[in-house]
Write a protein that binds this ligand. Structure first.
Ligand code: C2E
Ligand code: CA
Ligand code: CA
Length: 506
């Protein structure tokens, strides 16, 4: 159809045929260009494919012994388990690890001699690759044999005895002889496990026991797994115990203070009224000689040295402990804690909070993380995924000291945040200072557009309250209401400030 019409056009009008031919020419050129591009692309694909199969080949074999590597192992286990299952047979996974003495010896041997030794060991083990048996050089000093079960009752015992004999034979060099020892762990399909990963890990458990008990060959038994699990549990408890002791120790010098953050609204008479109270946890250090040291002095130091990690952890534990104690308090709506940028980005905090929330689901919605712009914008993509993880857990995210960073605030919409806190520096001279009024106006507007709560920090004077609220600021924090307080004083504050109270007459 199209070509007919083109033909018509070409014959009917001379003037039109010129540009049309030019268009066709350019189409042809475009076509050529496209074709070249496609050819190039397919060549690239071919090269990539070649590279891939080259890389796969390299990964599939150990360069020293030339034997198949662990890359092929799981596939082979799967294949063998399927074929023996058909005949109601079985097979053993035999992990052979050359012992520490060889590892030590290697350091004093020339590289080519130790490589030769490894090659020799591989060659000796290859003698056991008959029928469907397979051999892998799985790690530097580790080989794995898959041995199909024979008809003799104690077939595996006999084969393993032969393997151990063959491995124990001297390696003869001009001028010296060497005997290499190995530990061997065995798990048998199907009785020890049917699943290939489980079977491998059980052979590994048996190997661990062989090394630990200084025995040459150990077959997997259930009790070995119990022992390993017990050891892991003990280790976890040990870490927790040491950590608990360290946290306890910190509590000797550090204390958590709580500053009320008031949620307010204007009542029918235009009076600012209390709706609820949240708290911000702020750390205090009581230095044994110097007395109270400001966090402005020691937090930067802790950040520089990495000590912020245990410190933020301590704050989190103490904060959660407080939340637990205040669980049923009337009018109390949640706690926020400050997290340093590095801690936030490292993911340690989110992992920790995730583990805690698994046990204590009631914490959902009660905890807020306060972050500065650096924490959020410095590595935006990483931060974005962290924000997602926190919010999925029911932890709220608040942007602290808002307006002080130099990052582009247009990035803000990329994050789903719950709250922004206008920095004290914009509140100090508010409402007298015109520039501060304009800044507060635009920050409140932005928070509204992005459906976030907004908090004014550093409210010190009564005259600031109404103008802030009239501009749409519904959360207030500052010395006017209360400074950061020790727990008891904070609970007193809660006791005396109830929902519906007019906040300016307090
Ligand atoms: P921030 O998170 O902006 O905390 C607010 C700071 O303002 C607190 O100082 C608070 O005492 C003070 N403040 C509150 N209301 C007023 C007011 O009306 N007027 C004035 N002038 N100041 C007010 P603080 O406790 O000395 O903490 C300073 C900074 O140290 C915090 O700033 C925060 O960045 C950091 N910090 C405090 N505790 C922790 C913590 O547990 N972990 C981490 N990572 N940082 C913390
Ligand atoms: Ca804060
Ligand atoms: Ca702040």
């Amino acid at each position: 159809m199209v070509s007919l019409r083109l033909q018509d056009n070409l014959t009917t009008s001379e003037e039109e045929s010129e540009p049309l031919q030019a268009r066709l020419k350019s189409l042809e050129l475009e076509n050529d260009h496209l074709r070249q591009k496609i050819e190039l692309q397919s060549q690239e694909n071919l090269i990539n494919k070649e590279n891939r199969s080259e890389a796969e080949k390299r990964l599939s074999f150990n360069p020293v012994s030339g034997l198949p590597s662990s890359y092929q192992l799981k596939h082979a286990i799967g294949g063998l388990s399927r074929s023996v299952q058909k005949k109601n047979g079985g097979f053993a996974i035999v992990i052979i690890q050359l012992d520490q003495a060889f590892a030590m010896l290697r350091k004093s041997l020339k590289a080519n001699i130790s490589e030769w030794l490894l090659y020799q060991i591989g060659a000796r083990l290859t003698e056991f690759v008959v029928g469907r048996n397979r051999l892998f050089h799985s790690k530097d000093l580790e080989f794995i044999l898959l041995i199909e079960k024979g008809n003799v009752v104690d077939y595996f015992d006999q084969v393993l005895k032969l393997i151990s004999q063959r491995l124990g034979e001297k390696h003869i060099f001009s001028g010296f002889n060497l005997t290499i020892r190995a530990n061997i762990g065995v798990a048998v399909f199907p009785q020890d496990a049917r699943d290939k990963s489980k079977l491998l890990s059980r052979a590994d458990i048996a190997l661990g026991a062989a090394i630990e008990q200084k025995r040459q060959i150990v077959f997997f038994e259930e009790k070995l797994e119990h022992q390993v699990n017990e050891k892991i549990n003990l280790l976890n408890a040990l870490v927790r115990g040491i950590e608990a002791a360290a946290m306890e120790e910190m509590s000797q010098q550090f204390e958590l203070y709580f500053q009320p953050k008031l949620r307010v609204s204007l009542d029918d008479d235009g009076q600012p009224t209390l709706q609820g109270v949240k708290a911000e946890a702020l750390i205090r250090w009581n230095h044994p000689d110097k007395g109270l040291v400001s966090p402005m002095r020691f937090i930067p130091l802790a950040e520089e040295t990495g000590l912020i990690l245990p410190m933020d952890k301590w704050v989190l534990y103490q904060g959660i402990a407080a939340l637990r104690r205040w669980r049923d308090l009337d009018g109390f709506e949640g706690l926020s804690i400050n997290i340093s940028a590095g801690q936030f980005q490292s993911g340690d905090m989110v992992d920790l909070i995730e583990a805690i929330l698994k046990q204590e689901t009631w914490l959902k919605g009660k905890l807020t993380i306060e972050l500065t712009e650096t924490g959020l914008f410095e590595q935006a993509e990483l931060a974005q995924s962290m924000v997602k993880r926190f919010r999925a857990l029911g932890v709220k995210i608040s942007l602290d000291d808002f307006g002080t960073g130099f990052s582009s605030l247009s990035h803000l919409h990329k994050f789903r945040l719950d709250e922004i806190k206008i920095d004290q520096s914009f509140i100090r001279d508010f409402p007298e200072n015109e520039a501060d009024r304009a800044i507060v106006d635009s920050l409140v507007q932005m928070a509204r557009d992005l459906s976030m709560e907004i908090v004014a920090e550093g409210v010190e004077r009564k005259e600031q309250v109404l103008p802030l609220m009239q501009r749409g600021c519904t959360n207030l924090q500052g010395f006017l209401f209360a400074p950061p307080l020790p727990e008891k004083a904070f609970l007193d504050f809660l006791e005396h400030h109830k929902k519906g109270q007019a906040i300016l007459s307090l």
